[in-house]
Design a protein around this ligand. Sequence first.
Ligand SMILES: *Cc1c(COP(=O)(O)O)cnc(C)c1O
Length: 497
Amino acid sequence: MFYNSTRSNQTKVSSAQAITQGISKEGGLFVPESLPQLDASVLQELVEKSYVERAEFILGKFLTDFTQEEICHCAQSAYNDTKFKTNQIAELSHLTENTYMLELWHGPTCAFKDMALQILPYLLTTSAKKVAKDKEIVILVATSGDTGKAALEGFKDVPGTRMLVFYPEDGVSAMQKRQMTTQEGNNVAVCAIKGNFDDAQTGVKKIFTDPAVVKKLADHNMMFSSANSINWGRLLPQIVYYVSTYCQLVKEQQIKMGETVNVVVPTGNFGNILAAYYAKKMGLPVGKLICASNANNVLTEFIQTGTYNRVRDFHTTISPSMDILISSNLERLLYDMCGKDDAKIAEWFKALNETGTYTVDSGVKAKLDEEFYAACCDDQETKATIKQIFDRYSYVCDTHTAVAVKAAMDYREKTGDQAKMIIASTASPYKFANSVLDAICGEVPEDDYAQLDKLYELSHLEIPKALAELKEKEIRFSSSITKEEMEDTVLQMLHLD
Ligand SMILES: *Cc1c(COP(=O)(O)O)cnc(C)c1O
């Protein structure tokens, strides 16, 4: 299996190269040349397998330059019950007789980013051994919350890697800040920036591309790599849980092999829902892909009209991990839908960069209509949905998942389609206890840990150990710097100053 770039079909690299490099030189994203096909008999074989075995099977189809031992090592190191709550890894909860919640947040940081960031360090170090001659990998992350913590947990004490995370001092929740500043591990560091997320992101990009810094690293047998969600090594593990969940539903006799199910995904950077689209293209019997957005509804508008327009107000919402105006992974979808027309993709994304907007052609629009349904809701509706689901089903969902539940209800009402639905549940409600409590009972204790206790009293849902334990953990990283000091901080951490 080789990988092309969405902006250059001439580019052809191995999976190890795609994962190590992260993004193609001309700015395109790496995509597999073709998608392996899973027919009913292959799926049937996976029905009796465990999550980790299903992962090994799917990964093996894409990472053909990895040995079987390497693939097993990566999958088994990431997906086990020391990292996740149980060996089920992706847990299914029944909301109604035809609606299933796919809980992707039973990993170490209580958000779905763990599904990919627990395995990425193994995929990346295995890849770097093949194409980068055992260089030490240095990863810089700018985060607005969930990604930073999940990346830190994934990479902590992984031999051959170093990680430095920058977060905006006043731009993350108290719980998210505590999760990061108490981070353990001898190869990681965390630093607050006096500025916003964009300052952190711009600073990281500048360091990445500064020739003097890059050379200093190279002289010491180090190289930069990236853990952000456009890396193929983050997307691929997400295909696994859609295939696995379908097989699990067959195993539990909830569906018949071949039965079509719809998938609903609370969407930000379009990674999670793109993985569901790829699973469908591989032959998984998926019907509609329902793309749910919050008040930042650029994707809803795009799917409904065919015009993408990022020139609009940015809304800070109670589902912050979906507060995004440029959904990077959409580029991969459009590349597939326009028949791998790399020139067209380059043109559209150049227009996005220069004017903030582009419009797809009628062929792509027709495919969007066929595959997708889009809906959005604001914070008020998100809270009302949390309350409604809690009152009706005694199920507590977090603020991101609630946006998806609302879209699922919209879809059923508008279309009458009663096919079974899998709703991706992307964070533990305890991670956003403040907004969840506000929605359910309107009373929110001041103290973060009192909020966890109060939500427990109401829901009797187990408090994730990882969050409860934070109270006892010492703060390891308390430095706060200006954006001008970021480069020096990186060099100091690597002892290259
Ligand atoms: C990152 C994130 C999302 C959005 O996922 P994308 O793959 O970026 O679309 C949704 N919910 C939560 C809780 C997240 O952390």
